[in-house]
Design a protein around this ligand. Structure first.
Ligand code: FES
Length: 113
């Protein structure tokens, strides 16, 4: 189990929960969202619509992250990633990611709009 800490960029409100290793971030928090405890926009739940934008910090922050081709394409269309970006890019808290594509492999701090 890993610890997830959500921080709202609008009012700095924090919410903590735990999640199973290797689950996707969106699947780990669906019940929190549907119960109204967490404000995280999502629509498709399958990594195609680009609605579930988050920024995150984790143990790998500061190194490089390799995006899947599908995530890269959705990020180009919906998250401002440059079309000529390589698949492997710096992993920073400023990088917009999609909760549908994030596999939980460590404790995470997730910033949501
Ligand atoms: S909800 Fe559609 S990409 Fe995540």
């Amino acid at each position: 189990m890993y610890k997830l800490t959500f921080i709202s960029l609008q009012d700095n409100r924090r919410l903590e929960c735990t999640a199973q290793a290797q689950s996707t971030l969106i699947s780990a928090v669906r019940s929190l969202v549907s119960d109204g405890k967490l404000q995280l926009a999502w629509r498709c739940g399958q990594g195609t619509c680009g609605a579930c934008k988050v920024r995150l910090e984790h143990a790998g922050s500061g190194s490089m992250v390799t995006l899947g081709g599908k995530e890269k394409n959705v990020m180009i269309r919906h998250a401002g990633l440059a079309a000529d970006s390589p698949l492997t890019i710096p992993d920073t808290p400023e990088l917009v990611r999609l909760a549908c594509h994030i596999q939980i492999k460590s404790d995470l701090t997730i910033y949501v709009e």
